[in-house]
Design a protein around this ligand. Structure first.
Ligand code: J2J
Length: 552
């Protein structure tokens, strides 16, 4: 059985193969390709632990074999939630080698998100960490297993009173069957189809339930290879992974996978704060990293007291949310490295400013697409193309942009047009030489410094409170985060007052990730409506922006 997805039309698939984008190689090749050359080269640093390419390859094969012995097989799905530790990549490659298709949840995700993912993919395996508060005990393990009868195997990183220990699996002595690790990968990947789904990416989303993005070996490997080339990665690249490891940016743009492909070294950081990152950069001679804009602000604040710490850093990639021009201009002179803007999406399309671009392109645009075959359309509200320089909705299709979300026929009708173009929900303008600037958004989402919050997901939870009759979550401006979230609520009776603390308590009890909690809550008598009877979110955004302005 393989995981279902919406395929590219045959003629496009043929074109992508002919042009060499799709090579029919499996993603596990990224770590296996260094077997001959480079196998002793340092691939990964996690605290005091160091892994050569050979170790990374062998550890992931070993885990794949153990999982195979446990009964997992090609076409099964898995739910994985790990922090930024070496085991994230070992698990990732192990599952790729076995053909088990994982959802890699963010470590900040909580009960609600994990339950929603499990419900959608019916995993047979969960690999989690006892560092997460949800897995400090086995309560949620039992709940999730009860809700998902398919879920038969738990593997846990760290001390726990449930599941099989990941460390024990990785450190166990090889039994006679698994002595010759070098011969095993070919047996493991027999029958895995490179045009099939390798893993699920997570969508920032705008709907009530977070959507899953099926990424195939062919499409993802192309985006990784091409990104590594654009970013000029080499065996000398030392990349600091400070954003969550599963995020599309730090995984593939070019991210850790791009660095592994090129034979460089990935250094893991637990978080993007200057405190954590600066010493790692100095210690490991990091040459490149990627950040979201709020972290850039923190780095700029910290750098005057940290002289010499960032000397090795050559490239700082910034993406995930809008980077203001004034911040962009400060990066080279104050951090001493080159800025690369990255505008990407887990659904596919990724844009980069190039290293030989003019300052104008670097400061005013978010780059241009990876591929000549990334088709871009920018349209007005009637679907008509807008002239160069004018803002419009961004639609795209191409060799690494999905054609449909997992198992969401109804939503796909909306999210993709008749010709298979993905409606990104971004408002962009394009220069005459093909560079994109992100100027706004027409999706119902808050971009909280790169972390995406789907308005509807929170509104549904707010409406679950009996006292709440209407709820709307909108973005409000914030100096550091770019945007924060503000919930407007109307109560069922005018004399009911709901304290923000009560609402936050309720949302926490729902098991929602912390970053999705509204930053501000406004109780109002009524919500403004559009002429067609929808909540007028534009008016609400304006109202809260003005309110904040007055308070400053
Ligand atoms: C403005 N908005 C941006 C940017 C993403 C590389 C980099 C980022 C992501 C990512 C990614 C932006 N300026 N530079 O997957 O591979 C907003 C847009 C976009 C949405 C996608 C990658 N870079 N955005 O952020 O799936 O609104 O991917 O549609 O998390 O983030 O979010 P996500």
């Amino acid at each position: 059985m393989s995981v279902e997805f919406t395929p590219w039309p045959a003629e496009l698939a043929e074109r992508y193969r002919k042009k060499g984008y799709w090579t029919d190689q499996l993603l596990a090749d990224i770590v296996q390709r260094h077997q001959q050359k480079n196998s002793a080269k340092l691939a990964l640093v996690c605290g005091d632990r160091k892994y050569s390419y050979q170790m990374l390859d062998q550890q992931s094969t070993k885990l794949a074999l153990h999982l195979e012995q446990m009964g997992l097989e090609k076409g099964d799905t898995a739910l994985v939630q790990l922090p930024n530790v070496a085991e994230f990549y070992i698990v990732y490659f192990a599952l790729l080698k076995l053909g088990v298709v994982p959802v890699n949840a963010l470590f900040s995700h909580n009960r609600l998100e994990l339950s929603a993912y499990a419900k959608q993919v019916s995993p047979r395996l969960a690999i989690v960490s006892s560092q997460h508060k949800l897995f400090a005990t086995d309560d949620f393990v039992r709940t999730l297993s009860e809700q998902n009868p398919s879920l038969q195997h738990w593997v846990v990183e760290g001390e726990a009173n449930f599941g099989t220990s990941l460390t024990a699996l990785l450190t166990s002595n090889q039994d006679s069957e698994t002595v010759s690790l070098n011969n095993i990968p070919s047996r493991l990947d027999a029958g895995i189809d490179a045009s099939g789904v390798a893993f699920f990416q997570l969508s920032g989303g705008s709907t009530g339930t977070p959507k899953l993005i099926p990424r195939t070996h062919n499409d993802y490997y192309y985006s990784v290879r091409a990104s590594a080339e654009i970013c000029q990665l080499s065996t000398g690249t030392v990349y600091l992974c400070a954003l969550p490891a599963p995020h599309n940016f730090s995984l593939s743009s070019p991210g850790a996978l791009g660095v592994f492909y090129a034979g460089g070294t990935v250094v893991l950081a637990s978080d993007p704060s200057p405190m954590t990152c600066f010493s790692l950069i100095k210690k490991h001679h990091v040459t490149m990293t990627s950040l979201v804009p709020p972290a850039v602000t923190l780095w700029l604040q910290a750098v005057p007291e940290s002289s010499g710490m960032l000397d090795s850093l050559q490239v700082l990639q910034v993406g995930g949310a809008r980077l203001g021009e004034s911040l962009a201009r400060r990066i080279a002179p104050e951090l001493g490295c080159q800025l690369q803007q990255v505008f990407g999406m887990a659904e596919g399309l990724v844009n980069y400013t190039r290293f030989d671009d003019s300052d104008w392109h670097r400061f005013h645009t978010q780059g241009r697409p990876i591929s000549d075959d990334d088709e871009i359309r920018i349209v007005d509200e009637d679907g008509k193309f807008v002239p160069a320089g004018e803002p419009g909705a961004l639609l795209t299709r191409g060799p690494y942009t999905i054609r449909g979300y997992f198992n969401s026929p109804g939503y796909n009708e909306q999210a993709f047009d008749d010709e298979g173009f993905y409606r990104s929900g971004d408002i962009v303008s394009m220069t005459s030489d093909g560079y994109l600037s992100v100027v706004g958004r027409d999706k119902d989402q808050i971009n909280r410094g790169g972390e995406k919050v789907a308005a509807q997901e929170i509104e549904n939870q707010l409406l679950a409170l009996t006292e709440v009759s209407q709820a709307a979550l909108v973005a409000m401006p914030d100096d550091v985060m770019g945007e924060k979230s503000c919930a407007f609520i109307v109560t069922t009776t005018t004399n009911t007052t709901l304290k923000p603390i009560t609402i936050r308590k309720h949302l926490r009890a729902c098991g929602i990730a912390e970053y999705k909690l509204p930053d501000r809550i406004e109780q109002v008598a009524a919500l403004p409506m559009t002429p067609v009877g929808k909540i007028d979110k534009k008016a609400l955004r304006q109202q809260i922006a003005e309110q904040i302005n007055r308070q400053q």
